[in-house]
Design a protein around this ligand. Sequence first.
Ligand SMILES: *Cc1c(COP(=O)(O)O)cnc(C)c1O
Length: 224
Amino acid sequence: MSIPENLTDILARIAVARKAAIAPAPSTKLVAVSKTVAEDGIREALAGGQRLFGENRVQEAQAKFPQLKTDYPDLELHLIGPLQSNKVKEAVALFDVIQTLDRVKLADALAAERDKSGKCPRLLVQVNTGEEPQKAGVLPRETADLVAYARKLDLPVQGLMCIPPAEDDAAPHFALLLKLAREQGLENLSMGMSGDFELAVKFGASHVRVGSAIFGARDYATTT
Ligand SMILES: *Cc1c(COP(=O)(O)O)cnc(C)c1O
């Protein structure tokens, strides 16, 4: 199937899953994860009507997206990979949403850059629901403190994001993220990938992040 056909198929599956949802979000948006995808593939998705994209490396996104954003002013770009403090300036300039706020130091850097540039992307806090030592994200029990800290800095925190451990049943992780978001009064939940986005929708995902089911298998393995 072509990229536009894959998009149509996934949007239809999201709509079906929303009808069976335990806790449907007011809307569920498809973030097309275009890491490792060349510009041609992204342009095919744009021609198919897709406007929301996710990238997990600042540098790769800087190489691909400035021209695309000029050509498609309504394109919305989300950072879904870890952000180093020394890349905050570039990330704030390019991304509309940063889904990976996961520590106090990064909140400080984002607030400082906001004060300098007058600009701040909308933010999601990444939660390490599986408490995996090698994975980014704040621990579930520390989520409330980080959200409170970011709010004190007047940062626009709008939701939570998680990447469950690959080997786990994702359902308890999605349920935990939903519970944490409700406790914090946060509306947006970014969860679910190619293999489990319908399950995530059932648990209230407002954003699903789908890569290979749209663009095909990636040439090389990428972590995170
Ligand atoms: C790569 C990636 C995805 C998409 O994964 P697929 O299995 O290709 O859909 C989603 N979220 C994050 C954070 C990623 O890095």
